[in-house]
Structures are given as structure tokens and as C-alpha cells.
Design a binder for this molecule. Structure first.
Ligand code: FAD
Length: 270
């Protein structure tokens, strides 16, 4: 179902993460997501598009030349209280469509979106929770932490550009949180995988949520399945984006990449 929201507030949470709050009657049909990693697909028209404001993406694709089709980008629902929809968007330099849109968003702008979808929620029956990711996964991880039961423990490893890129997180359960800081070197891609490999796992059944950059997610997933013996059913792993690829390019090869991720562990413990 197609919805639309009007930008109410724009707030920079960190130098590269901007919080957009959308409001308005165009959101009234938006379902309350049951998943804490719920996401919406937003549709952003290219500059010079012969339509504006509220539109139906499928109709635009039928009626207009491909160069005018809106770009689709996926963003997590940080919060939806039935009136206000909160999205936290990474602004990674000047590149892309979604980042620049968010960086220049202003009160009154309209954003067309579809959804929500999703698939993960902390399982109250798990003994502890492992959540790993980068800034793109931070909204889903922040929302998920708020749903971790008070008698449970969450182990969280997040990567960002430095101390001023960290955001406060709350969790009713016990929170073991470490932020890893990139150094601007090729080794940055190993920060999250190494941090997970170095963990001393608490006793009991873990449920894992590992989302973010494709190569990092692949390495962590392989480790969790083959060396830690996690069951696939206890893991939510999603390569949200891929270095050097636009979302369009990534979506074209993502299915093959995910198949290769599965092949990594075909003969493993999982
Ligand atoms: C289910 C799901 C939920 C997501 N939730 C969020 C969310 O809540 N917030 C969020 O910001 N992103 C989220 N993402 C990731 C987001 O959809 C992608 O990062 C998307 O590529 C951003 O689009 P863009 O137009 O800004 O950049 P693109 O045009 O897609 O890419 C341009 C360049 O920027 C690089 N790039 C893309 N994303 C990043 C990044 N995060 N950091 C550094 N470089 C990047 C690309 O590799 C490419 O080189 C989610 C993705 C999925 C699948």
C-alpha cells in the first residue's frame, strides 16, 4: 500500500545520521509493525521529474520514461506511534539519493513510501541477544533493544566513525555495548567481524541480529554458523548495502550474493 508523509522535523543525531519525522493524513493507513526491524520503501523522484508531491510509484513507472522513475530506498522504522513516523537516515557524503534527500529535507517536504515489511523481533525465550551492525542498522538495533526483556541480556557491537557518531541506546535488559571506531583504513571492514570473533559467549541460546554492509555481514554470518554453531533459525542476517554499489546495482546482484553467503556454510555446522 502506498502512503505518504510530510516532514515535520529534521534533526541531526550525529554528523552523519539525520532523523526525519513524518506526519500527516497520508500515513493514516500505515500498519503498526510487529517486527522491530520493520522497514519502509521510500520513493524519491529524480531532479526534473514531470510529477511531484504525492504519486503512486507503480503508476509513474507505467506512464513515464524510465529516466523519470523514482529511486527506491529502504529505511527502517525507528518509531511509528500511529501519528509520527521516525526514520534515521545515514548521510554518507554527497553520494546517493536517499542520503542527499535526507540531508536537504525540510519541514513540509512530502515523502512517498510503501510498507512496512520486516522479519525480526527479539525472542523472549532466547537466553541472550547479539546485535551487530553499522549506522544503517542502528535504527533497527535501537528499536530492537527497546524490546529486549528486562530479565535478558543484549550484547551489542556497533561500528561508526568516532565518538561523536555514537547515539544513546536504551534497553530494559542488561546491555553490554561496545562502539568500534573506523580509522579510515582498509582494516575498517574487519572491525565488526573481529569484535564478534573475540566475544566470550554467555551461556545459553543466543538469538542474533546482524545487519549492515554486505562483506562484513557475510564474514560474521559465516563465523556464527560454522564456528559458533548457531542455528539459522536463531539468526537474522541481512546485507543492507554494499560498498562501491548504488542500491540499484546492489539489488541486481544481491540474490547471487545471498546464494554465495549460503554456499559459504553449506558444509558447516549449521
Ligand atoms: C531492510 C533495510 C533497512 C535499512 N534501514 C536503513 C536505515 O534505517 N537507515 C539507513 O541509513 N540505511 C538503511 N538501509 C540501507 C540503505 O537502504 C542503503 O544504505 C542505501 O544504499 C542508501 O541509499 P543512498 O541513495 O543514500 O546511496 P546509494 O545511491 O545506494 O549508494 C551510493 C554510494 O554510497 C554507498 N553507501 C550506501 N549506503 C551507505 C552507508 N550506509 N554508508 C556508507 N556508504 C554507503 C554505496 O556503496 C555507493 O557507493 C537499510 C537497508 C535495508 C535493506
Amino acid at each position: 500500500m502506498v502512503h505518504h508523509g510530510t516532514v515535520d522535523t529534521v534533526e541531526w543525531l550525529t554528523p552523519t545520521l539525520v532523523r526525519i519525522v513524518l506526519i500527516g493524513p497520508g500515513l493514516s493507513g500505515l500498519r503498526a509493525p510487529e517486527h522491530t526491524d520493520a522497514y519502509v520503501n521510500v520513493a524519491i523522484p529524480p531532479a526534473g521529474a514531470p510529477y511531484a508531491g504525492v504519486f503512486v510509484p507503480a503508476e509513474v513507472r507505467e506512464r513515464h520514461d524510465e529516466r523519470h522513475w523514482p529511486a527506491r530506498r529502504r529505511y527502517s522504522v525507528r518509531d511509528w506511534d500511529g501519528t509520527r513516523l521516525t526514520l534515521d537516515v545515514v548521510v554518507h557524503g554527497d553520494a546517493g539519493v536517499g542520503g542527499p534527500w535526507a540531508a536537504s529535507a525540510a519541514r513540509g517536504d512530502v515523502l512517498v513510501l510503501e510498507g512496512p515489511g520486516g522479519g525480526y523481533r527479539p525472542d523472549p525465550a532466547a537466553d541472550w541477544h547479539l546485535l551487530v551492525g553499522d549506522e544503517s542498522a542502528l535504527p533497527a538495533i535501537a528499536a530492537s533493544l527497546e524490546a529486549v526483556p528486562a530479565d535478558s541480556r543484549a550484547v551489542v557491537r556497533l561500528v561508526c566513525d568516532g565518538p561523536d557518531h555514537e547515539v544513546a541506546l536504551t534497553c530494559p535488559g542488561e546491555l553490554d555495548l561496545t562502539w568500534l571506531h573506523r580509522g579510515g583504513t582498509p582494516e575498517d571492514v574487519e572491525l565488526l567481524p573481529h569484535a564478534v570473533e573475540a566475544l566470550v559467549f554467555p551461556e545459553g541460546r543466543v538469538q542474533a541480529f546482524v545487519h549492515g554492509e554486505a562483506d562484513e555481514i557475510r564474514a560474521i554470518r559465516r563465523h556464527l554458523l560454522t564456528e559458533r554453531g548457531l542455528a539459522r533459525s536463531d539468526m537474522s542476517c541481512s546485507p543492507y548495502w554494499r560498498r562501491t554499489m548504488t542500491d540499484e546495482a546492489w539489488r541486481r546482484v544481491k540474490r547471487d550474493f545471498v546464494a554465495r553467503m549460503d554456499a559459504d556454510v553449506e558444509s558447516g555446522a549449521a
